[in-house]
Write a protein that binds this ligand. Structure first.
Ligand SMILES: [Zn+2]
Length: 278
C-alpha cells in the first residue's frame, strides 16, 4: 500500500463559489491556484488522485467567499447535499464588530442544523482576533454544545500578525473547552513545536512541502513521528498543495500500513459525523 492507492480523506480543501472562480480566472488566468477551485473541477481532481472524500473549509474571509457567512454556509451546505458521498464542510463566520459575540452562535447553529455542515473553521488572522480572544468564547461554547469540531488556522499569516494563530493560544482554548474537539491546521505552522507539545489533532496541509524544503525528508519524518499517527490528519490545503507532491513525500515516511490508514482516513472520520465512521 502507498499514498497513491490507499483510501484518502483530504481534510483541508477550499472550493470557491463560481463567481469567485470567475473573478480569479479573469484577473489571474487559468493557471493561478485559486482559478482551479470550482467544485466540478475539484471532483474530477479527487477522482484522478484517488481522494474518496474531502472536507471543505471556509476561511472567515469575506473577499474569498461571501461577505455574509450565512450565504457561504448555504453554498457549502448545498455542495454537501449535492455530493453527500464526497463532501463534508465546516461553517464560516466573519468579523462583524461588536455583533460577533452575539451573532456567531446562531450562525453556527443554523449551519449545522439546517444546512448540514459538521464543524466550524476559525482563522484568527482573518477575524482580526487572537486564537484565545474572549470574543470567540460564545461560538466555541456553541460548537461544544452541538458536538461539532473546530479547526483553527495556525500558520503565521500576514506580516505583523504572526502571533494571532500561535499554537500556544489555541492550546489555551483547548484547556478552556475540554469538551470541544479541536483540529490545529498546518501542524501549527512555523511554530509547530508548540503544537507538538500541546494542540490535539493536527492536519499537515500547506506546511508539509515547506517543512521538507526547510528540514529535509529525514527530519520531517521525525517531526511527523513527534506528533504521532494517532494525532495526524492528511490534508493539502487545495489549491495551495499538489497531490503528487504530497504522495511523493508521504511515501518516503516510515509509516506502517495501519498508520497510513489512520492518517489518511481513520482519524478524520472518527472526528466527523457518525456515518463517516464506517
Ligand atoms: Zn486552508
Amino acid at each position: 500500500m502507498n499514498w497513491r492507492n490507499c483510501r484518502k480523506f483530504d481534510a483541508h480543501v477550499h472550493v470557491l463559489p463560481g463567481e469567485r472562480v470567475d473573478q480569479f480566472l479573469a484577473n489571474e488566468g487559468s493557471e493561478a491556484p485559486w482559478s482551479r477551485c470550482g467544485a466540478e473541477d475539484f471532483l474530477r481532481r479527487m477522482d484522478r488522485f484517488g481522494i474518496e472524500k474531502a472536507l471543505l473549509l471556509p476561511v472567515n474571509d469575506p473577499f474569498l467567499y461571501y461577505h455574509d457567512p450565512d450565504r457561504t454556509n448555504r453554498f457549502l451546505g448545498g455542495l454537501v447535499k449535492a455530493h453527500p458521498d464526497r463532501f463534508r464542510a465546516f461553517a464560516d463566520v466573519t468579523a462583524s464588530g461588536a455583533y460577533f459575540i452575539e451573532q456567531t452562535p446562531f450562525i453556527l447553529e443554523q449551519a449545522v442544523e439546517e444546512y448540514g455542515l459538521c464543524g466550524l473553521k476559525i482563522h484568527p488572522t482573518n477575524l482580526h482576533m487572537d486564537a484565545d480572544d474572549l470574543r470567540l468564547v460564545p461560538v466555541l461554547r456553541k460548537a461544544a454544545d452541538l458536538g461539532v469540531p473546530v479547526m483553527f488556522h495556525a500558520n503565521p499569516c500576514r506580516l505583523g500578525f504572526h502571533d494571532n494563530c500561535a499554537p500556544d493560544k489555541i492550546n489555551r482554548m483547548i484547556q478552556i473547552f475540554p469538551d470541544l474537539t479541536v483540529i490545529t491546521a498546518h501542524l501549527g505552522g512555523a511554530k509547530f513545536m508548540d503544537a507538538v507539545t500541546g494542540c490535539t489533532w493536527a492536519d499537515m496541509s500547506y506546511i508539509l512541502p515547506k517543512l521538507v524544503a526547510w528540514y529535509g525528508l529525514e527530519q520531517v519524518n521525525r517531526i511527523l513521528r513527534a506528533f504521532g499517527p494517532e494525532r495526524l490528519i492528511f490534508g493539502t490545503d487545495f489549491p495551495q498543495g499538489e497531490y503528487d507532491e504530497y504522495f511523493d513525500i508521504l511515501d518516503q515516511m516510515d509509516f506502517t500500513e495501519a498508520e497510513i490508514e489512520q492518517i489518511a482516513w481513520g482519524n478524520i472520520t472518527k472526528i466527523l459525523t457518525p456515518e463517516d465512521r464506517i
